[in-house]
Design a protein around this ligand. Structure first.
Ligand code: 5GP
Ligand code: MG
Ligand code: MG
Length: 183
């Protein structure tokens, strides 16, 4: 018997694995250029940013370090709760460090604006943001996102680290789920 193929649950592919990789490589080159002569600390936001962190960091050619934070923003559903809580903090001090937050997706920007403020208060040399995907609502958020992979429509997407109820993070393509998955 064949194993179930989770890619069959997508109704629409927004970006294929190849398109995602090409864009990640462009971002990496841009970030390398911008940080020339300044070593950057990439801070990945768990769990969604695991894939983009992994690919972006390896596409970069300069010295860098990595750390991770986990914050709660979404439950297991598809709606932003607005509640932000640190579940796992950084393992190191970031004073005088050039910090680049690596995010999977920005929807309302609530999570991110909290995170930027929180990191700013620790006295870093700089704080910038790289996000693989950004939705239209994020434009109203009070956060500058310096590096954006793709601006996408206001739909709930999965794949490339993005989950629905914890699943689908391992899909290489990014797309929307068939209605039957939600019921
Ligand atoms: P925000 O605080 O910007 O509204 O929410 C950001 C977080 O919500 C993301 O890091 C991600 O975990 C989740 N999120 C927002 N939009 C989507 C989406 O379309 N798909 C998935 N899987 N998660 C999303
Ligand atoms: Mg995230
Ligand atoms: Mg999620």
């Amino acid at each position: 018997m064949d194993a179930a193929d989770i890619s069959q649950d997508l109704t629409h592919v927004l970006y294929t694995a190849d398109e995602v990789q090409r864009r990640v490589e462009e971002l990496a080159a841009e970030i390398d250029r911008d940080y020339e002569g300044r070593e950057v600390l990439l801070i990945g936001v768990l769990n969604g940013a695991v894939m983009v962190m992994s690919d972006l960091s390896r596409a970069m050619k300069s010295h860098l370090t990595m750390d991770w934070m986990a914050i709660s923003s979404y439950g297991s559903g598809t709606k932003s709760s607005g509640v932000v809580r640190i579940l796992k903090d950084l393992t190191r001090d970031i004073s005088d460090v050039h910090v680049l937050i690596v995010e999977d997706i920005i929807d309302t920007g609530l999570t991110l604006s909290y995170l930027v403020q929180n990191l700013q208060s620790r006295g870093p040399a700089s704080v910038e943001v790289a996000a693989m995907f950004r939705k239209p609502e994020a434009i109203t958020a009070p956060v500058d996102v310096k590096y954006v992979g793709f601006d996408i429509p206001n739909e709930f997407v999965v794949g490339y680290g993005l989950d629905y109820a914890g699943r689908y993070r391992n899909l290489r393509d990014v797309g929307t789920l068939a209605p039957h998955v939600y019921s």
